[in-house]
Each structure stands twice: as C-alpha cells, then as structure tokens.
Design a protein around this ligand. Structure first.
Ligand code: AGP
Length: 611
C-alpha cells in the first residue's frame, strides 16, 4: 500500500509533492521518488528508505518544472530498492508513472512487452504500466492511459506525466483510493486528503474505472471506454492541524489524547442532549429491514475486528439479533451462508482494506444488505456499501489504531440502540439511559488522560519495558479489550503479547505464568468481576506480574495486584471504550521507552490494501 501525489500549477511541484508525501508516509515508507516535466524533459530523484533520505537528496540536487508526480512505497512486488522505487518509466524515459495497488496480470503483460523488445529495469508490476502507456501513446496522453488500462487487471491508483506535455497530468483508479484536488489555476492528485489539504479542501473522490485529464484548475473525467463522467466536488472540512501532531511527539499520542473529542464527534448529529432516540439515516436501512433482520454478520481485520467483537456482544445483549463475527480474510474464502434478511456490518477505518472489501462484494452477491462503519469519507468501503456510519474521527495517521477503535465501538453502541428500539426490544426509558451513558464517556476518557503519568511511570519500569512476552486477560465485553490491548503492545513495542479470554487460563495459558510474565487483567466492575478476581489470585499464586485495570475506588483488588491502573466508574457494556485508553497509553509509553518507531512500526502499513 503506497502513497501517490501529483501537482500542476505555478508552485514548485517538488515542494508540493514532498509536503504531500510526508503526510502520506504512514501508507508506506520503503522508498520514495519524484519526477517533474521541465525544459530538459523528465527529471527524477528517487531513493531507498524514508522520505528524509529524499529530502536530503533534493537539498543537494533540487528539481522543479511545470508539473510533477511523487510516490512513497510499501513494497508488494519487488523488494525495496532504488530500481523498484517509483516513479517508473518507459524505455525512452518519455512517460513517468506512480502507482498504488497491484497489477494482477503483470507477468503476462511483462512477457508480452518483452516479446516486443521492451527491457525492464525493475521487478515491479508498475513498470508495465509505463511501457503500456508508451506503447499506445501517439500524442494524446489521456487516450494512451485509457487504452493501456484496458489491458490491465488488478488494483491501481496512478499518476502519469509525459515529457513533451507540460500542461497535463493523468490520473486513474481502480480499487485503490485516489482524489483530485482543485485550486486556483492549479490542481493536485493524492491517495488521501491529508496529502493536499494544505493547499486545497475542494476535492473529487475518483471512482473505480475513471480516468482524469488534469490541467491547471480543471479536470476532465471519462471511464475507460471514453464515456464522460461528472463527479460532485466535496469540500473537506478537516482542520489542517488534524493532520499535524499539534505538539505531541507522535501522531499516536496525539490521537490517543483526541479521543474525548472523537467520541463526541462520533455521537454528533446522532443523539441529542436528553434524547431517547438515535438517528442513523446514512445507514440507509429501513425500520422494516431492521425488524426483518434474522442475522447480522460483522467482518473486519485487526483492531476493527476487535471493535466488531464488542459490537457482537452489544447487539446480542440489547437488540437480541444473532451476530456472526468473522475475520474478513477468513470470510472471503469460507463460502459463507447468507440467509435472507442478513445485514452485514463491515468495519474499517481506512475503508480500503482489501480483505474487508472483498468480503463486502461476496456478501452483496449473496443478497446481504451492507451497512459499514468506516472512517475515511468517500473510501471504497463507503462507496461499495448500501449504507454507512461514518465514524467522524478525523484522519488517523498513526499506524496503530487508537481513536478509530473507540470510535468504532461507539458507532456500534449507537447502532445497537437504534436497532433495539426499531425492533421494539428496548423502550424509550432504557434508550435514554444508554444514550446518557454514552454521552458521559468523553469526560471519563479525559479523566484517564489527565492521570496518564501513572501509566507512563509503569511503562518505564524494567519488568514491563524489558518483558519478553505478556498476557492480556478479560471477560465478556472486555475479552475484546484484552485482544486489542495485546495487539497494541505487540505492534508498536515488538513485545510478543497475547489476548485471552480469562476463563481460558486453565486450558493452557496458565502454564506460561512466571515472575517475569506481565499479565494485564481487566477487572472493572461488572457481571464477571468476581471471576476475574479468581483469575488474578490464580496468577498471583504463581508469582505472575499482575497489572490490574480496575474501577476507581476498588481497594479489594489491590491486594492481588503487582500494579493497578484505575479508570472511572463506567456502564459495563461501554467499558471497552474506556478500558482501551490506558492500554493504548501503556503500549505507547513502553514502545517509546524501547526506542521503537511508534507511528511507523516495522513491517506495518496504515491500511492493508493488498491481500
Ligand atoms: C491496528 O492497530 C492495525 N493498524 C490494524 O490491525 C488495522 O486495524 C487493520 O489493518 C484494519 O484496518 P482498517 O480498519 O483500515 O480496515
């Protein structure tokens, strides 16, 4: 999954592109490159490694021109190397291409092009596009790209420029995100809004199969067959600062601290003060469909799947609808049964996760109604769903998902109330009470954030900071919290961590307990509290290092814990939203103490747009 940026206008394209690539670096950072069209033709600088390497190279050898394209890469085909870094060119270096996605038939295309005498410089799938465009180029770059893409199968968002055409940039997408930004006598392309938000907030979300001819201040869009397309412009109202760190050392810490406001934003427009009713019109599901629903299938990956598990517990407890929860990567290959009146709820922050997208397509083909919980406006998941709950969480730049998770759980909480009321299994009084509990969450999160120094100190102690492994245990609504806490620790601190249902300890994991094993036990007040205390006692009896997450004022649990993290009293079904915050902070500070690259952990990308 990579990031692309392009610019045409009076500014220095290299400066605009590099600023945009820095905003997209979370999408991949194996290598990067920029190409511009100027009097000398096509000029290019590219490098292995993160963008700071490019910054240094460009400081030594600046390039500029009338327009340009740039790319930051997360390798899919071809190891990270300078030759494999984008932009890629045809043999005569007349055409330059940047690409995010996977060309699935690139081997066949490459074989055919090589049979025509073309020699390749790289092992990438992308280079085939550059040679194909050159093959069909007869002076009209737009038509050449349109024709070339008819030979291509797979996912792409591309930017294409040509050395003898300084007035036009071509962009196209199929399966990977792409936007076109419009300015006064200038225009931009990008994989994501933060890349160009510094310059324009007026964007077009390009759809699959669309090709754009972009000139200064204007864009013409057609499909691959040459049929004109008209898109509606979207004005993006994210604050520019939202894509900056606002003084925090890392995006992740900034986003953790944003969560009180994020939860308010997720609730915004859906529930009012004192209201006993949830409004989710954009889900595009009628009350009759909700009443007729016999089964809900939740599909997602990673953290989003953990949010889906909380969603399952909420929906079954309050709306009394059976819920099947599936990893999207499993759902797509297991020949799922989709009975009539099934509603699928995909969950995806980026809205571009390949497995989740494919699961949507399968479910739709089998007749399911698809209503997604998604953060990225205009993303593929959003556009391929019948209905949406936008998380309204703003851009999440840190690779480790934090505010997106709590926002997703909040969205499930809203959906549950709406579903239960629609089905007549929740009365107005209960709905009003649950909405009040939800609206109280942001201030409770703020209390945790205001006391995060306790967690910071814990994370600095060697017995946790230098641990080789960790266990996270929870029950009921906080079993998914244990899974999510473990994922946070492992993905940013590289300490192996496993989340487990606490009731499973006797079925194996308790064999791991030693005086060097931190065991995070989520023991907040709720139906399974006493069971959790028993688990904690079993672990302490074997000298395990118990870090308890407990409800403020709980003195009983102190005697059984090595350390304790208190959270405010909370309505149990919504406690996963609160519990997530100290676990995010603990993972963050452990990772920082271990000198890890918190925002861009090794081997990971923010959105997995390939299988
Ligand atoms: C979580 O911290 C990871 N970033 C990852 O598990 C992520 O949640 C998963 O890839 C799903 O991404 P999505 O929500 O954009 O679909």
């Amino acid at each position: 999954m990579c990031g692309i940026v392009g610019y045409i206008g009076d500014k220095n394209p290299t400066e605009v592109i590099m600023a945009g690539l820095h905003r997209l670096e979370y999408r991949g950072y194996d290598s990067a490159g920029v190409a511009v069209v100027n009097d000398q033709g096509l000029d290019c600088v590219k490098s292995l490694g993160k963008l700071k390497v490019m910054d240094a190279l460009l400081a030594e050898r600046p390039i500029t021109g009338a327009l340009g394209i740039g790319h930051t890469r997360w390798a899919t085909h071809g190891v990270p190397s300078e030759d494999n870094s984008h932009p890629h060119f045809d043999m005569d270096k007349e055409i330059a291409v940047v690409h995010n996605g996977i060309i699935e038939n690139y081997q066949a295309l490459r074989a055919s092009l090589e049979a025509d005498g073309i020699t390749f410089r790289s092992q990438t799938d992308t280079e085939t596009i550059a040679h194909l465009v050159r093959k069909y180029y007869a002076g009209d770059l737009f038509k050449a790209v349109q024709r070339a893409l008819q030979d291509v199968e797979g996912a792409y968002a591309i930017g294409v420029i040509c050395k003898d055409n300084p007035d036009v940039m071509i962009a196209a997408r199929h399966g990977s995100p792409l936007i076109v930004g419009m300015g006064e006598d200038e225009a931009f392309i990008g994989s994501d809004v933060p890349a160009i938000m510094k310059y324009t907030r007026d964007v077009y979300y390009i759809d699959n199969g669309q090709v754009c001819e972009i000139k200064r201040g204007q864009v013409r869009i057609e499909d691959l067959d040459g049929n004109p397309v008209t898109l509606e412009m979207t004005h993006v109202d994210w604050d520019d600062a939202a894509a900056e760190k606002e003084g925090f050392p890392h995006f992740m810490l900034k986003e953790i601290n944003q969560q009180p406001e994020v939860i308010r934003n997720t609730l915004r427009g859906r529930v009012e003060e004192g209201s006993d009713e949830v409004r989710l019109p954009e889900m595009n599901i009628s009350v009759d469909e909700l009443k007729a629903c016999q089964k809900i299938t939740i599909v997602a990956c990673g953290t989003a799947w953990h949010a889906g598990m909380v969603g399952k517990y909420l929906i079954e407890k309050f709306a009394k609808v059976p819920v099947e929860l599936d990893l999207a990567s499993e759902y797509r290959y297991r020949n799922p049964i989709v009975p009539p009146n099934t509603i699928m709820i995909p969950v995806s922050q980026s809205g571009e996760t390949a497995d989740t997208l494919e699961a949507i397509r399968i479910a739709k083909s089998l007749g399911a109604k698809v209503a997604s919980i998604v953060n990225a406006v205009g993303s593929s998941v959003a556009r391929e769903s019948h209905g949406i709950i936008y998380q309204q969480a703003g851009p999440e730049i840190g690779v480790a998902s934090t505010k997106a998770y709590t926002s997703q759980v909040t969205a499930f909480s809203l959906f549950t109330i709406w579903l239960a009321e629609s089905r007549g299994v929740m009365d107005k009084a209960q709905a009003k009470q649950m909405i009040a509990h939800l609206r109280a969450i942001p201030d409770k999160i703020q209390t945790i954030l205001d006391n995060q120094d306790v967690i910071k100190r814990l994370a600095a102690t060697p017995k946790y900071r230098d641990a080789q492994s960790a266990l996270y245990l929870g029950r009921s609504f906080n079993f998914p919290s244990a899974l999510e806490g473990a994922l946070k620790l492992k993905e940013i601190s590289y300490i192996h961590a496993e989340g487990y249902a606490a009731g499973e300890m006797k079925h194996g994991p308790i064999a791991l307990v030693t005086d060097e094993l931190p065991v995070v036990c989520i023991a907040t007040q709720g139906d399974t509290y006493e069971k959790m205390v028993s688990n904690i006692q079993e672990i302490k009896a074997r000298d395990g290092l118990v870090i308890s997450v407990a409800t403020e004022g709980d003195k009983h649990i102190l005697a059984h814990s090595e350390d304790i993290i208190y959270i405010p009293e909370c309505y149990e079904p919504y406690s996963p939203i609160l519990v997530a915050v100290p676990l995010q902070l603990f993972s963050y500070y452990v990772a920082v103490n271990r000198g890890c690259d918190v925002d861009q952990p090794r081997n990971l990308a923010k959105s997995v747009t390939v299988e």
